[in-house]
Design a protein around this ligand. Structure first.
Ligand SMILES: [Zn+2]
Length: 507
């Protein structure tokens, strides 16, 4: 008789049901696994054989065929060990198939029979719940993560023996994880705080606006102006994650194997600082078994490109489409996967190759030709997707000494950001967006209404500075965020003026 054990595999961020069918016949002893297994699944044979023997069960000395169905679904990873072992133990009558109905099994076995943690537990269990599984057994290492999902019984087992015992003698305890316990709601836990950044009011204000509305921002300034420090502080003024966002992020980090050991849930918005030597694949995601890239790891958070102009042009160009769509599709011969990529782009750059154009103390040694070539690396279409451009001048020693006011802490700035985000959440509660930055041109017409005076002001600016249509929309979105930070319903002329400041200087 053939028995069937339920498990799942992951493609992209989604889990798909896999049935592990086991058939054992009399014949020359052999053990084969069919159904498009990759090498890790093949190695499962050796691990399963040793694990069963070392857990003091007998391993059948007959012809074993394991089929992972459906055959056309690609199976990756080591999580099939446990369901394969269970299938064999069912055939050997160690377990009764009636007991495992509505159960699913996930886990890698080590040779001594203990269970090892695997990647992607959260999406796997979520997928199993969707197909009607009521109980799932996972490695103890992954149990807290799996138990984030409601309305499914999750058990953590240390070894194969525990799993068998669960059905025979002592049931494993059901584990529950409350995601609220793991969310970080305080900004005091961040390493960098704006209270340690002297001066630079305009840049700080721009960062506050960016955080409040989810806008993309580039800071331009000489070395030593504090751009990188302010970028690092940016993480501390971002609003806390909603639980739904945290779970979405946890899925991404779980399949990437990047979930921090000490917590089953991503507690903070990600801040991904990427070096300019990173490959386009590393940034957008890829590989033969596609994995999320930096833009997906920065989902709901920040992608920081320091020395932005140093990035190869092709790398900067690949950012354009995800910046527009909030997702990335990676196509492979047999299937394509879609990863979310709603991130804020934060860039920092020098104003010229030597770095000192416009500096009060050091002379710039670049020719106009060199500067133009340098700036042209940021193409127009990419810049069109940047909402805020801000100059960050280097402060002289004297200027720094003259600043006596203590700087605002991140905690205070963050409170204003959270308030502005709450206004947006309420306004867009019936839409699938959270921030002003996500408004499309149709929604802009509805939510960014300005009076006639403001329209004239904008028209003047457009003529004077040659602002494109796409930028017109971006200015309106920015003004919307500035009005939200002020806590007022209508966009006023002063909000438009402020928004224009950050669009005025152009590359
Ligand atoms: Zn220069």
């Amino acid at each position: 008789m053939v028995n069937k054990v339920t498990t799942a595999t992951i493609i992209g961020l989604e889990a798909y049901e896999v049935s592990v069918e086991t058939d054992i016949q009399n014949g020359l002893p052999s053990f084969s696994v069919v159904g498009l297994p990759d090498t890790a699944v093949n190695e499962a044979r050796d691990r399963v054989r040793s694990a069963i023997k070392n857990s003091c069960f007998s391993f059948p000395n007959r012809k074993i065929v394991v089929n992972l169905a459906p055959a056309d679904l690609k199976k990756v990873g080591t999580s099939f060990d446990l369901p394969i072992a269970i299938g064999i133990l069912l055939e050997e009558n160690v377990l009764d198939s009636g007991l495992i109905e509505n159960y699913a099994f996930i886990g890698e076995l080590s040779l001594n029979g203990s269970l090892r943690g695997i990647k992607g537990v959260l999406p796997l269990v979520l997928g199993l719940k969707k197909i009607g599984i009521t109980d799932v057994i996972v490695p103890i290492e992954n149990v807290k993560e799996a138990a984030l999902i409601e309305d499914i019984n999750v058990y953590g087992a240390e070894c194969l023996g525990d799993v068998v015992n669960h059905f025979i003698e002592s049931k494993l305890p059901v584990c529950k994880t409350d995601p609220k316990l793991y969310l970080n709601n305080s900004s005091n836990l961040f390493e960098y705080d704006f209270k340690n950044v002297k001066g630079q009011q305009k840049a700080k204000r721009a960062l506050e606006i960016a955080a409040a509305g989810g806008h993309n921002l580039i800071m331009m300034g000489s070395p030593g102006s504090g751009k990188t420090l302010m970028a690092k502080c940016f993480a501390s003024i971002l609003p806390p994650l909603e639980i739904s966002e945290a779970l979405e992020l946890t899925k991404i980090y779980s399949i990437s194997g990047l979930l921090p050991k000490e917590t089953p849930l991503m507690a903070n918005r990600p801040f991904r600082a990427v070096h300019h030597t990173a490959s386009a694949n590393g940034i957008i995601g890829g590989g033969s078994n596609p994995m999320p890239g930096e833009i997906t790891l920065a989902h709901r958070g920040v992608l920081f490109l320091d020395e932005m102009v140093e990035f190869p042009r092709n790398v900067l160009e690949v950012l354009r489409q995800p910046l527009e769509d909030g997702e990335i599709v990676i196509s492979r011969a047999k299937h394509s996967v879609k990863y979310p990529a709603k991130f804020m782009l934060l860039g920092a750059m020098n104003p010229c190759p030597c770095g000192y154009k416009g500096d009060k103390e050091k002379m710039c040694t670049c020719s106009e030709f060199m500067i133009n070539r340098y700036l042209s690396k940021l193409s127009g279409p990419l810049l069109d997707r940047i909402d805020l451009l801000v100059n960050v001048p280097r402060l002289t020693a004297k200027e720094l000494l003259n600043i006596h006011d203590s700087a605002e802490s991140s905690e205070i700035i963050r409170k204003r950001v959270i308030m502005a985000r709450q206004i947006q959440a309420l306004r867009y509660k019936d839409l699938s967006i959270l921030t002003n930055a996500e408004l499309n041109s149709e929604l802009i017409k509805k939510y960014c209404v300005i009076d006639q005076k403001s329209q004239l002001l904008l028209k003047d600016a457009i003529l004077k500075f040659g602002i494109s249509g796409r930028k017109y929309d971006r200015i309106l979105k920015l003004a919307r965020t500035i009005a939200d930070l002020d806590g007022v319903q209508n966009i006023e002329q002063s909000h438009i003026m402020q928004a224009l400041q950050y669009k005025m200087f152009d590359l």
